[in-house]
Design a protein around this ligand. Structure first.
Ligand code: NAG
Ligand code: NAG
Ligand code: NAG
Ligand code: NAG
Ligand code: NAG
Length: 189
């Protein structure tokens, strides 16, 4: 019984050690293990630079009513945005956010998303998390589905919570905060 307790304490100490060391190296990446499911929590900031020499978001097309629509209906944008650990654009880059958005609501400002997070750092380097769905930009907090993944997250499901962190209309620069829960059916060892 005593041995069992000691073993248990050692295991807990070891798990805490792993968790804290992993967290220190990649603070944007966290493992949430639950039974036969393995959820990875990703947290980072996406930089929409729409103007200037460092622009990463461009307008592809407009519909015949985009200019007169109060919601910019039919506008399509393409982006390859920097994704960083902190809100500061100069902080460490851990991924790129690549995809397109289409303005799809005649009444309110909402986009249909095709968003691929291409990870560039950490243990899941080069894996991709794909997010699709309706994004109602006027809501402070939006929930978007994880449609799938490749690499380490093959067969993944999950969801993302996103919110605007800052928006500077004058310079056409906004920062978006993303928290993504990616779950795969795999026992945590
Ligand atoms: C563009 O990026 C470079 C380096 O990343 C930076 O030095 C420069 O200030 C940026 N320019 C603008 C207009 O933000
Ligand atoms: C779409 O319309 C905006 C103004 O509403 C304009 O600035 C932009 O150049 C247009 N894009 C294309 C691809 O024509
Ligand atoms: C991620 O993978 C790329 C390509 O294989 C490699 O060049 C880069 O060093 C890797 N980055 C990290 C942080 O492991
Ligand atoms: C920022 O974008 C808006 C359209 O979204 C445009 O009207 C404005 O002129 C832009 N500002 C700059 C500095 O380019
Ligand atoms: C799943 O859980 C283990 C911890 O036991 C972790 O090391 C692994 O990287 C996790 N994530 C994935 C995507 O396999």
């Amino acid at each position: 019984m005593k041995n069992l307790t000691v073993n248990l304490l050692l295991t807990i100490a070891y798990l805490l050690f792993i968790t804290t060391t992993t967290a220190a190296e990649t603070p944007w990446l966290e493992n949430l293990c639950l039974g036969n499911e393995n959820t990875t929590k990703l947290h980072f900031y996406v930089h929409d630079v729409r103007k200037g020499p460092n622009a990463t978001l461009y307008n592809i097309a407009n519909s015949s009513i985009t200019a007169t629509s109060p919601t910019g209906f039919g506008r399509i944008n393409v982006f390859d945005d920097r994704v960083t650990v902190a809100p500061d654009i100069a902080s460490e880059e851990v991924a790129r956010a690549q995809g397109t958005t289409t303005s799809v609501d005649l009444q309110v400002s909402a986009a249909s998303m095709n968003l691929n997070f291409f990870l560039k750092s950490g243990k899941f380097n080069r894996s991709t998390v794909t997010i699709v769905g309706r994004n109602q930009c006027s809501d402070e907090e939006r929930e978007l589905p994880v449609a799938g993944s490749n690499g380490a997250f093959r067969y993944a499901r999950g969801y993302a919570i996103t919110r605007s962190y800052s928006n500077d209309e004058a310079t056409n620069y906004s920062v978006l905060e993303y928290t993504i829960y990616v779950t795969i059916s795999k026992k945590c060892s």
